[in-house]
Design a protein around this ligand. Structure first.
Ligand code: G6P
Length: 545
């Protein structure tokens, strides 16, 4: 089947024409000319979330043409194909069914002629009963003590999601201490071993493939240290658990079958926190909160699947992202949560977006001649304001920003939260409308210096942003937020005409590193790289000899 090429569609051509017509329009004028702009360009999601897209450089015509583009790229069919379990991850010959993990509809979902909901619910139950035993202290370690610490060993999608969620919902956490070891840099193990004792710690070896170098090496190292310290035959049964598709490999490393939580090929690593990969989340927050997280995601799934595109939040956000990425040539998007608990959220979306849409071959197998996924970055407000906002306000690049916050704080102290939100609102206003310092303050330019400095104090504005205002960042709302971004990324992948659910780009570096490892360990002289890489290896080998 030949897939439509985005930059050969009529809508793409129309967007190019439209861009020439409106790219000089200022947000100031767009607002001045339309009293209903906020009303028309904002969406209330179940009274839990307000999404305001009015501070974007768009008109009704922009949205109309972008919606046509979605039509020409067959977005509706693509959405149905994903939810129905078609093999849309063609290069790996797999369906993409993370949405089945939060399917509360009672409708079966079939893959290879069997209803996968049965298996999903079986694993969910296993997680429920296991987590209850750990949390209520009835599961004992080798020495008979209850568990106090949980260490998740995993990387990429087997780390970032659970780490982000446990941190984002820290307010709801129980007495268990949750730690994450991802990096192969031994410093992580070293630091965490100082904080735990083996007697009261369980380790979750989280790896979809159970072949990822970092995770397996970290697991083996910890297992060795544990066995050296304690001589007890129950260590593996009582303290080590695996979350994986590859049960045989986990068992080969000594993990007992009962201690394995099953995962399936049709869950992508970066979309896996809804599966048993979320075990650390359940252990940290309890099962009911996990269900709330899933139900928020499910409600956003329904919205994405059933709402007409003019009112479909992830679709509109995805299309507006394309408008900047492909017509304004914005290279990046900033994610700016005004919520300390969401500290890891930009990093999480970074993987989710960049690993999904950082591709240069289209679905027809041809090199793309249009930009694909943007560079995602950001940090929490107000910290970022004192770091990189200067560039967003007055630099030469156009950086669309997502501002995220909640009306109610979990930790209201004096007027901290009101100050926080004032900064959020102020920044979106300042970015959009700018300021001519002297004009707005009616200041007179008295000296030559004043005249000179005026230029530096000028804020041009016209910097776009989306605002996401939640009532409260509870498990349900976080589920909504993550699912919303997942579907935005999906929408963009469909428009880019790329495969969003594979990640071949991470393989090459892994393979070369395996060879270089041998060069470093065996001090092998025969290798054939380039003069720079060989220079680095030789410098290392000479100093380490
Ligand atoms: O869960 P694992 O199989 O250990 O994979 C861990 C991670 O590594 C891979 O290289 C991919 O980049 C990620 O998408 C994946 O989540």
């Amino acid at each position: 089947m030949k897939h439509p090429i985005p930059n050969q569609t009529n809508s793409w051509k129309n967007l190019n024409i439209h861009f020439k017509e409106i790219h000089n329009l200022h947000l100031f004028d767009l607002f001045k000319n339309d009293n209903n702009r906020f009303k028309n360009f904002s969406f209330n999601f179940k009274n839990k979330l307000l999404v305001d897209i009015s501070k974007n450089r768009i008109t009704n015509t922009t949205i109309k043409i972008l919606l046509n583009l979605a039509k020409e790229m067959n977005l509706s069919q693509a959405i149905e194909s994903m939810f129905c379990g078609e093999k849309i991850n063609l290069t790996e010959q797999r369906p993409v069914l993370h949405t089945a993990l939060r399917n509360f509809s009672n409708n079966p979902i079939f893959f290879n002629e069997s209803d996968i909901m049965l298996e999903i619910n079986k694993v969910l139950n296993k997680m429920k009963y296991f987590s209850e035993k750990i949390i209520n202290g009835t599961w004992k370690g080798y020495s008979g003590k209850s568990i106090q610490n949980v260490v998740n060993i995993g990387i990429g999608g087997s780390d970032l999601g659970p780490k982000m969620v446990t941190e984002a919902l820290r307010f709801y956490k129980n007495h268990l201490n949750i730690f994450f070891i991802s990096n192969i840099d031994g410093t992580e193990i070293f630091n965490i071993l100082k904080l735990i004792d083996f007697e009261t710690t369980i380790f979750l070896i989280s790896s979809k493939t159970f072949t990822t170098q970092e995770t397996i090496v970290n697991f083996k190292t910890i297992k060795d240290i544990f066995f050296k310290k304690v001589n007890n035959k129950n260590i593996l049964d009582k303290h080590f658990f695996a979350i994986t598709v590859n049960e045989n490999e986990a068992m080969r490393y000594g993990i007992t079958k009962e201690n394995i939580f099953k995962l399936w090929d049709w869950v992508g690593g970066r979309y896996s926190l809804w599966s048993a990969m979320g075990l650390s989340i359940i252990l940290s927050l309890g099962f009911d909160n996990f269900i709330q997280l899933l139900s928020g995601a499910y409600d956003m799934d329904i919205h994405f699947r059933t709402t007409s595109f003019e009112k479909n939040i992830p679709v509109l956000l995805g299309l507006i992202g394309i408008w900047y990425n492909n017509f304004f040539n914005s290279e990046t998007e900033a994610i700016l949560p005004y919520d300390q608990y969401l500290y890891n959220f930009p990093m999480y979306i970074q993987q989710s977006n960049m690993e999904s849409n950082g591709k240069n071959i289209d679905k027809n197998g041809n090199k793309v001649s249009w930009q694909t996924g943007p560079i995602i970055w950001g940090t929490v407000g107000t910290n970022g304001q004192h770091s990189f906002y200067q560039l967003i306000h007055q630099g030469t690049k156009l950086i669309p920003c997502d501002f995220i916050a909640s009306i109610f704080s979990h930790n209201p102290i004096n007027d901290h939260h009101v100050i926080l939100l004032s900064n959020f609102f102020a920044q979106t206003h300042a970015l959009a409308f700018g300021q001519n310092f002297y004009k707005n303050n009616n200041l007179k330019k008295n000296t030559l210096h004043d005249e000179y400095v005026e230029k530096f104090k000028f804020f041009e504005g016209n910097r776009p942003s989306n605002s996401f205002l939640f009532q409260k960042m509870d498990p349900y709302s976080l589920g909504v937020l993550i699912s919303l971004y997942e579907h935005k990324i999906f929408t963009q992948g469909v428009i880019f005409n790329i495969f969003s659910f594979d990640q071949w780009g991470v393989e090459l570096g892994k393979n070369i590193s395996n060879n270089i490892f041998k060069n470093l360990v065996n001090k092998k002289k025969e290798f054939n790289y380039d003069s720079s890489t060989e220079g680095l290896i030789n410098f290392y080998n000479n100093i380490k000899k």
